[in-house]
Design a protein around this ligand. Structure first.
Ligand code: ACO
Ligand code: KIV
Length: 516
């Protein structure tokens, strides 16, 4: 049976989702979970895109031991140099160098002739090979490239030493049949193609990214590129969890396997959703909240008689274990044990902090489920990098009076408690206005979403906000049994991210001025 390599680009193409911006610490956290999931390549970013991303790629490179770590680079020496600067510390450094090949991109974007594209691709791969043990070449927009020319480009990249050739459907234009045929043609016509690994990289503009990736596998491709939860530029990339589960569930059809530990899928999906602030739709395949929910009578009857009537994959196979319950009488030992079982071992300090949060929650909520605990751990309320932490809030609301919020927020660098109050059109508006007053930032709320994390009337509510300031967009997330408190936490989280991002950008500008 063939093994299909999984190239994860959540931290690069996934991060290209509008509004998503991951710090180095967040990238390392996701990369470590991707290692547990067992992906073969982690594309950590685009080192030349900013000093912050170079640093993040380097941090991921230092921490990852069981996967290759890649950086994207244009076919430009400076980009390749930056990629090497970030990746030379990696156990297995991997260069991903690309150049667009389609007529539209050649004419309007690159302003290059076919001959120039061939020369530049060859030159970039040769240059990359001076430093990197593994070089992948991607022919951007391969899907809309003339097949004869694509064969020439692939031939030149192989001759220059590329070991992996990626042919992306950059704009999600091709049908599965066409994408498979493109690979079949390349395999038939390019000499030496059997010496390299072919890779597929699909986008979801027409909702065909996963189908196209699977069609490429049928056409003999050995590597697929995608992201967790299918996040990415525009409509997103192929969702890795869907591809992996399709290969596993239809193993005899695809005659293929991956190295993924599928039981880590659920946890990876949650972590990516939390750190990117991108909701997983309830009806999303494999990881959506409804993926294993059975609502209608005939389905429920079938499930009770035999689960295989309506379930082709089990919740356990992606790591959703049977729910166990902790309550307000549980102690630290049980709490620690439970977190370890869930895969979240904690230091003593973290445990004490989380235990206090757990007890607060247990006073408000009859049963604490695994989902509640995961939500608490993942919220990481005491983020040492955060400038502000919400300490308390009070809301006064009546049908004939203006809602008023008063908040206490800690300014972490010096420990000061800042207090303010404000009125608003509604309670949430009053909270947000109060936070604005305390932190002194002028921001625009562009998105506000609320969902229940767990089940029942006393479920934990999860709020996502998206803020904008002078073209910068950030997301924030907050969790609580009280949706107003969750709203305040989400808003403060977003403000912290905004401030961090502005600091990174300012540092980059200063560095650029110094180097001029
Ligand atoms: C399909 C994909 O997902 S590709 C990856 C997309 N990701 C990103 O763009 C995120 C990171 N990008 C960035 O931070 C910036 O675009 C940078 C730092 C890389 C470049 O910034 P700038 O130098 O200001 O250039 P800008 O982005 O405006 O334009 C891109 C330039 O690169 C050229 N270019 C684009 N792709 C390539 C390539 N693969 N190889 C060589 N040159 C390329 C364009 O033709 C354009 O050149 P021009 O300035 O001579 O017209
Ligand atoms: C850089 C390449 C691989 C890419 O992201 C695309 O073509 O979508």
């Amino acid at each position: 049976m063939r093994t299909i390599y999984i190239f994860d680009t959540t931290l690069r193409d996934g991060e290209q989702s509008p509004g998503v911006n991951l710090s180095a610490r967040e990238k390392v956290e996701i990369a470590s979970q991707l290692e547990k999931l067992g992906v073969n390549v982690i594309e950590a970013g685009f080192a030349a895109s900013s000093p912050g991303d170079l640093e993040a790629v380097r941090e991921v490179a230092k921490s990852v031991k069981n996967a290759s770590v890649a950086s994207l680079a244009r076919s430009v020496r400076g980009d390749i140099d930056k990629a090497w600067e970030a990746l030379k510390v990696a156990e297995s450094p991997y260069l991903h160098v690309f150049l667009a090949t389609s007529p539209i991109h050649r004419e309007y974007k690159l302003n290059m002739t076919k001959e120039q594209v061939l020369e530049r691709a060859e030159e970039a791969v040769r240059y990359g090979k001076k430093f990197f043990p593994i070089v992948e070449f991607s022919a951007e927009d391969a899907g809309r490239t003339e097949i004869d020319f694509l064969c020439e480009v692939v031939d030149r990249a192989i001759r220059a030493g590329a070991q992996i050739i990626n042919l992306p459907d950059t704009v999600g234009y091709l049908t599965p049949e066409e994408y498979a045929e493109m690979f079949a043609e390349i395999r038939r016509r390019v000499p030496g193609i059997e010496r390299v690994r072919l890779s597929a990289h699909c986008h979801d503009d027409l909702g065909m990214a996963v189908a196209n990736s699977l069609a490429a596998i049928q056409a003999g491709v050995e590597q697929v590129e995608g992201t967790i939860n299918g996040i990415g530029e525009r409509a997103g990339n192929a969702a890795i969890e869907e591809i992996a589960m399709a290969i596993k569930t239809r193993e005899s059809f695809y005659q293929a396997q991956t190295t993924l530990n599928l039981k880590e899928i659920d946890r990876t999906s949650r972590l990516v959703s939390k750190l990117t602030g991108m909701f997983v739709p309830a009806n999303k395949a494999v990881v959506g909240a409804n993926a294993f929910a059975h609502e209608s009578g005939i389905h429920q009857d079938g499930m009770l008689k035999n689960k295989s009537t309506y379930e082709i994959i089990t919740p356990e196979s992606i790591g959703l274990e049977t729910r166990l319950v902790l309550g307000k009488h549980s102690g630290r030992h049980a709490f620690r044990e439970k977190l370890e079982q869930l895969g979240y071992p904690q230091s003593d300090d973290q445990l004490n902090f989380l235990f206090a949060r757990f007890k607060e929650l247990a006073d408000r909520k009859k049963e604490i489920t695994d989902d509640d605990l995961i939500a608490l751990v993942e919220e990481k309320l005491t983020d040492s990098a955060d400038l502000f932490t919400l300490e308390s809030l009070q809301i006064s609301y009546g049908s004939h009076s203006l809602p008023t919020a008063s908040l206490r927020i800690r300014h972490n660098p010096d420990g000061r408690l800042l207090e303010e109050a404000a009125c608003g059109n509604g309670s949430v508006d009053a909270i947000f206005k109060t936070v604005d007053r305390i932190v002194g930032e002028k921001v625009e709320l562009v998105d506000y979403r609320i969902q229940s994390v767990t089940q029942g009337k006393d479920a934990l509510g999860e709020v996502y906000v998206q803020l904008e300031q002078n073209g910068l967009t950030v997301r924030g997330r907050g969790v609580s049994t009280d949706v107003l408190e969750a709203s305040a936490r989400a808003y403060v989280d977003a403000v912290n991210r905004l401030i961090r991002r502005k600091e990174v950008m300012q540092a980059a500008e200063t560095e650029a001025k110094v180097s001029i």
